[in-house]
Design a protein around this ligand. Structure first.
Ligand code: BES
Ligand code: ZN
Length: 455
């Protein structure tokens, strides 16, 4: 083990140079103009995996390619444990570009932070695991288990191709658990094991009014303005405290136990810190819950994008022909994505005025995830976190979603161990995304320890 740790220590400079190469691919899965960049990124990753001693293969899909890389299988009389390491090489769109201090795909280091789109979400986190395994392979240190890396290119757009892939490759991917570093930790000194993620439903609604944009002086007043109608419609979804007013939305949700509330209260980033970090004039949300609870254990209804009318310079006096909102709801355990989708859309249809036509475009959906943090694998993960970060790890729920974890359970029967390395101020999905280099290094060590602890 010492050889592995020494190897990691001695090679950080080279790791960073390689990490820069990985980050330079603009692997934006949501934008078709980048399709070739995703293929090139997967190809680079496959070559890199081969260089470090893994057997790597790229699998084409109807969407973006999936990379599978395996440690050389060791013959053994007893059954060796097998773990999957899951991650994604696709990244969120970098827009708005003018808010980046330096270009999103030209990595830059400032102190202990590395800035680039995809640095924390998720290239840096999956690269940390690859470097740990490289350390084993290059120092000839025997790995106590077999590992298979599955790094996909569609996580940020709902992992459409991966679940079919899991079904088709069920036998070779069968494993004892899936290890995922694609979540967060409260600070570089607070490592964390995440035991719950929120689910999600996504959809778009368009309200159509007049057949074309109209002169607002000639026609305004006699026709419904679709942007106004959309504003009224969406305003009816929340009460003043952000509680969702859609009948049935909260049905079946279990109250948080005392124990869980106590755990959430230990989360080191308090409400006031959060307010400061996010630059909000004042926090918002349901009165009976703390911000930590609101953003991890309560469901939401969010407008992600709102478009209508003239967006250019100066003024333009029109009644727009249409208005559109991109919406996602985050879900918690016991909310069914299909049922919530039906409930929400039925409500919007019901309250939509007859002066506009409502069009609905359905998007992806996934259930929430919850796993007990008391089992032997979770305990092994906690020991690895503690050794690597030299601090007591905390247990937490996270508000983000990793839809494929449900398929890992359903198709492969495997639980996911969520060992996130991202920080609250990493700007995931925002301009100036970064990754903390202490998290990167300790993450490599965590991975190295993990294989020892899990065996
Ligand atoms: N890394 C995130 C998920 C995440 C972030 C979980 C922080 C917990 C804490 C992942 O890349 C992501 O952004 N997922 C999407 C999924 C969606 C597109 C279906 C998300 O949560 O918005
Ligand atoms: Zn993401």
């Amino acid at each position: 083990m010492q050889a592995v740790l020494d190897y990691l220590k001695q090679n950080q400079k080279r790791f960073l140079a390689e990490f820069f190469e990985y980050l330079r691919f603009p692997s934006v899965s949501a934008q078709s103009k980048h399709n070739k960049d995703l293929v090139a990124c997967a190809q680079w990753l496959a070559n890199h995996c081969q260089q470090i001693g893994l057997e790597a293969k790229i699998h084409g899909t109807a969407g973006h390619p999936i990379l599978v890389a395996k440690t050389p299988r060791v013959k053994s009389k007893t059954k060796r444990p097998h773990f999957m390491v899951y991650g994604h090489y696709d990244v969120q769109p970098p827009e708005p570009l003018d808010l980046w201090k330096t270009p999103p795909f030209e990595p830059r280091i400032d102190g202990r932070n590395l800035f680039a789109r995809g640095s924390t979400d998720n290239k840096g986190q999956n690269f940390a695991h690859l470097k740990a395994v490289e350390a084993y392979l290059k120092t000839g240190t025997p790995l106590p288990c077999d590992l298979t890396f599955v790094i996909e290119g569609e996580e940020e757009v709902g992992s459409k191709s991966l679940s079919g892939f899991l079904t088709r490759h069920r036998a070779e991917l069968a494993c004892d658990a899936v290890i995922i570093s694609d979540t967060g930790m409260p600070s570089p000194k607070h490592p964390a094991l995440t035991y719950a993620l929120r689910g999600i439903i996504a959809f778009e609604i368009t309200l159509r009014g007049p057949a074309r944009d109209l002169h607002s002086g000639i026609f305004g007043g006699a026709v419904e303005n679709p942007a106004m109608a959309l504003a009224r419609l969406l305003a009816k979804v929340h009460d003043a405290d952000g509680r969702i007013t859609i009948p049935g939305f909260y049905d079946g949700i279990e109250p948080l136990s005392k124990l869980e509330r106590a755990q959430a209260a230990r989360y080191p980033l308090k409400d006031a810190d959060l307010n400061k970090l996010l630059g909000t004039p004042k926090l918002f949300g349901e009165r009976d819950f703390t911000a930590t609870e609101q953003r991890s254990a309560r469901p939401t209804f969010e407008i992600n994008g709102l478009t209508s009318g003239y967006q250019g310079e100066g003024s333009k006096t029109i009644v727009p022909s249409w208005a559109r909102a991109k919406i996602t709801c985050r879900l918690v355990p016991h909310q069914s994505p299909a049922k919530i989708r039906k409930t929400v859309l039925a409500y919007l249809k019901k309250i939509c005025p007859p002066t506009v036509k409502l069009e609905i475009n359905a998007g992806h959906g996934a259930e929430a995830y919850l796993v007990s943090p008391t089992g032997p694998q979770a305990q092994a993960a906690l020991r690895a976190l503690k050794k690597a970060f030299n601090a007591e790890p905390i247990l937490m729920r996270e508000g983000g979603s990793i839809p494929i974890v449900n398929e890992f359970k359903k198709i492969l029967g495997a639980d996911s161990l969520l060992l996130g390395l991202g920080l609250p101020d990493d700007n995931a999905h925002s301009p100036n995304e970064k990754f903390n280099l202490d998290c990167f290094e300790n993450g490599q060590r965590m991975s190295a320890y993990l294989w020892q602890e899990l065996k």
